[in-house]
Structures are given as structure tokens and as C-alpha cells.
Design a protein around this ligand. Structure first.
Ligand SMILES: *Cc1c(COP(=O)(O)O)cnc(C)c1O
Length: 463
């Protein structure tokens, strides 16, 4: 990776969307009225929104121009064929099933392969993937390598699946118990960590030795390709598109959330390498849940924007700037002593709140307290991945069960913020670090039984 100050953004800004920072008193009032839960804030009350990189990208002039060429025919839209050609070119897959989002592609895939009491292994499934597996009363298995769960390990491919454990599962369970394997690249849930080409190749060998299909959850495939290019000397001089072709050649198909690396605000797809029978089966589900085979719940103009976005998302200059910006923020935070998960991942910086606020025990919600403080200090919205999101009350003992980590995720939308916005985030951390021992944590006042972080309510302790 070139140093960040040896180049500038590989685009200029043609259209701007005004944002503004509310006064401190107003921010404190707004977050209080939101019960100290950032999901309850209005987006317009936020200055820098780092809640997610999903569907928050800025489209290019080329994508917007493509929107005007939307062919809104019910069947056989020109834009479908354009997207099909892009998927065949970039992924090397013959069959395309457009869907309204990534999770809709997962729904179709799981309904084709998964039934009760089965296991679905992978490195680490994304939440909605887990949801679709569990909905069918099957069990998701996360077999990421041990380094992938160690926030301090500097392993270069922390998204890798543990091949020994994978083979053990394949040996112990025939295809009636373990119908498919899904590898998520990059691995979202442990910090946007990449999967190596060797790992994918070997996982593919194992899958096919035991006669099971391998699918890639491709939401951030281009970011994964960039990490392979930067970190594996074998690929140093290979173009991203060649790396992508090789990566997908090891799988039998993929699910895609276009809201990530296809640089659009909505959309997804399911694709198969060459299995026509799967395709025909998928189309039946698609027609019931999404729409006819050539639009799948999307407007023609959306299909066009995805086709164009797929190409832009694999451009070397774009990826260098994108991953470079996330790394820029991460390194600056590390430089001022903010503990972060390393190596810095592809789509966000994950701050270790237990280390940043060591005086707060987990029942004081340290990560959520930091999320609240970032809003109070600087109008920044981040997201908690700690006790609020993952803790729960044990139904048998009635005790609170705490997760092993308290993380705050700063997720960077693509092509939306400049490095000056990043500098502002760093400054907010500096301010907070200077008075961190005064942060007293939160107290829960309401929690739902499931997915409680979306609706949880809190009050500040000691006030
Ligand atoms: C976002 C995401 C999904 C789900 O996609 P949606 O478009 O949000 O439905 C699946 N897998 C991964 C890795 C994701 O990041």
C-alpha cells in the first residue's frame, strides 16, 4: 500500500449533501431522548454517520447516468443482460438470480439446501446468514482460525477457515447432515478480515473431496481481493479482476449484497457457476419471493447501477483509496493510544472499549458508553458490538451472560467522507481520552428478548 499522503482521492466531488454539527446541549438532549441508543436518533441529527457501510456508498456520475438508461420492462430488461454479462465477466459464473438484497439471496440458497438438524459450516457467518440457517432449525458452525478471534494477533488473513476442523466436520457428517459450506469474504463479523487464496483453494478441495458445494458470501469480495494482492507476494502484480476470477473459480456459487462492494444503495444477487438445475430451482423461489427472473425485486435502473458498480468496485485506484482511508483512521487512532483490533480491516475500525475504558465493568456497558460519548462529544454515530448486542440473560440461571469482547465499530461508507472527516473523528477520541475516567457507564432501563440492541433503553449512571 502506498503511503496515504503520496496520493489524493481518485475522484472529485460533483454534488454535495450538506451536514452539520448540532450544538453540544442539543446533542446531549437528543441522545437522552433517544434513551442513549443511537438507533433511535434521526439521521439528520448526526454529523458523521459511521453506523454501517451497507447501502451508504456514494454512486459515481457513471452509475447515475446508467440509472437514466433503466429499461423497466417486466421481462427481459436490457439492464438484466448487462448485469448478467458483468457477473459472467467478473465472477466467471454462468447463472444470475437478482434479488432485492443479500439476505434475499441467502433465503433462496438456504431454502434450496438446508433443512432441520443440519449443520452449515463456514469461517464466520454474517448475522442474516445465521438467521436463515436457524430459521430452518439448522445449526451455523463458525470455524474461523483461532487467530481470527484474537484481537491482538497480527495474522494477515484472520478470516481464514480452520481447515482441520472443517475436514473433521465433513468426515463426521455426510451430505444429509452437512449440505454446503459458506465462506464469507471478507469476514465481516471479526472486523472485515480477509480470507487468503490458499485457504479458499484448500477449502474448495476439501468441499469437493467430500462432494459438498462451496459458496462464497461475496458482499466484500473486492476488498478481499485487494488484501490478497497486498499481502500475498504471489498476487502482488496481478490485477484485482484476475484475483477475483481465481477466487470465485474455487466456489460453486455466491450470494452477494450489492449494498457493499457493488457501490449501490440497494440490491443483491445469487449466482451459480454452471449448475443449471440449481438455477431453475432458485428461479422458482425467486419468482415467489422477489420477482421475475430478469428483475428479482429491483428496478431496471438498479440493475444497471449494480453492473456499473461491480466494475468500479474492482478498480485498483478506488480500492487503494478505500482501504487506505480505513487504514488511515485506524493508524491515527492507534498512534494516539486508542486500542483497536489489528490488522485494521477492510470496511471499518473496531475499537476495544474494555481497554479504552478499563474502569467500567461489563454491566456498565463500556462499548455502548463510548458510542454515546462519541455522539455527545462530536455528533458521530458508531455502533456497539458488546454486551448490548451480544449479551443475554440465561433463561435457566437468570444470570447475565457477557460476550468476550466490547467493541465499538466505526464503519466507513464508500466514497462518502474525506480524510478531514476522519481527522475529526480522531480529534473526538483525543478529547474523550483526556477525560475518560469521568465516563461512568450506562444502566439498562429496558430490553427486549431478542435482538435487544435495536430497541434497548439506557440511562447515564450517576446522574
Ligand atoms: C450485509 C451483508 C449481508 C446481508 O446483505 P443485505 O443486503 O444487508 O441483506 C450478508 N453477508 C454479509 C457479509 C454482509 O455484510
Amino acid at each position: 500500500m502506498r503511503s496515504r499522503n503520496s496520493y489524493a482521492e481518485p475522484y472529485r466531488i460533483k454534488m454535495v449533501e450538506p451536514i452539520s454539527l448540532k450544538g453540544r446541549a442539543e446533542r446531549e438532549d437528543l441522545i437522552k431522548k433517544a434513551y442513549y441508543n443511537i438507533f433511535n436518533l434521526k439521521a439528520e441529527d448526526i454529523y458523521i454517520d459511521l453506523l454501517t457501510d451497507s447501502g451508504t456508498s456514494a454512486m459515481s456520475a457513471n452509475q447515475w447516468a446508467g440509472m437514466m438508461l433503466g429499461d423497466e420492462s417486466y421481462a427481459g430488461s436490457r439492464n438484466f443482460y448487462k448485469l448478467l454479462a458483468a457477473v459472467q465477466d467478473i465472477f466467471g459464473y454462468k447463472y444470475l438470480v437478482p434479488t432485492h438484497q443479500g439476505r434475499a439471496a441467502e433465503n433462496i440458497l438456504m431454502s434450496m439446501f438446508v433443512i432441520e438438524n443440519q449443520k452449515v459450516p463456514g469461517n464466520m457467518h454474517f448475522d442474516t446468514t445465521e438467521g436463515h440457517i436457524r430459521l430452518r432449525k439448522a445449526q451455523p458452525l463458525n470455524l474461523v482460525i483461532d487467530e481470527g478471534l484474537n484481537t491482538e494477533s497480527n495474522h494477515q488473513f484472520k478470516g481464514n477457515v480452520d481447515l482441520e476442523r472443517l475436514e473433521k466436520e465433513l468426515k463426521a457428517n455426510d451430505s444429509s447432515k452437512l449440505p454446503l459450506i459458506i465462506i464469507t469474504a471478507t469476514c465481516n463479523n471479526n472486523g472485515g478480515q480477509p480470507v487468503s487464496m490458499d485457504n479458499l483453494r484448500n477449502a474448495s478441495k476439501l468441499a469437493h473431496k467430500y462432494g459438498r458445494p462451496l459458496f462464497i458470501d461475496a458482499a466484500r469480495y473486492a476488498e478481499n481481493c485487494y488484501f490478497i494482492q497486498q499481502r500475498d507476494p504471489v498476487y502482488r502484480n496481478k490485477p484485482i479482476r484476475d484475483i477475483a476470477r481465481e477466487m470465485f473459480s474455487y466456489a460453486d456459487g455466491c450470494t452477494m449484497s450489492s449494498k457493499k462492494d457493488a457501490l449501490v444503495n440497494i440490491g443483491g444477487f445469487l449466482a451459480f457457476k454452471d449448475n443449471e438445475e440449481w438455477y431453475e430451482k432458485a428461479v422458482q423461489m425467486q419468482i415467489c419471493y422477489e420477482g421475475f427472473r430478469t428483475y428479482g425485486g429491483l428496478a431496471g435502473r438498479d440493475l444497471e447501477a449494480i453492473a456499473r458498480g461491480l466494475y468500479e468496485g474492482t478498480e485498483a485506484g478506488y480500492l487503494e483509496d478505500r482501504i487506505g482511508q480505513v487504514n488511515y483512521l485506524g493508524q491515527k487512532l492507534l498512534d494516539i493510544g486508542v486500542p483497536c483490533v489489528t490488522p485494521i480491516g477492510g470496511h471499518g475500525v473496531f475499537v476495544d472499549a474494555l481497554k479504552f475504558l478499563p474502569h467500567l465493568p461489563q454491566n456498565f456497558f463500556p462499548a455502548q458508553a463510548l458510542v454515546v460519548e462519541l455522539y455527545r462529544e462530536a455528533g458521530i454515530r458508531s455502533v456497539e458490538l458488546g454486551t448490548c448486542a451480544f449479551g443475554y440473560t440465561d433463561p435457566v440461571t437468570g444470570n447475565e451472560v457477557y460476550p468476550s469482547q466490547e467493541l465499538v465499530r466505526l464503519t466507513i461508507p464508500r466514497r462518502v467522507y474525506t480524510d478531514r472527516h476522519m481527522d475529526f473523528v480522531v480529534k473526538a477520541f483525543e478529547e474523550i481520552a483526556g477525560r475518560r475516567e469521568n465516563i461512568r457507564g450506562l444502566e439498562s432501563t429496558y430490553q427486549a428478548d431478542i435482538l435487544r440492541h435495536f430497541t434497548a433503553r439506557f440511562r447515564l449512571r450517576g446522574q
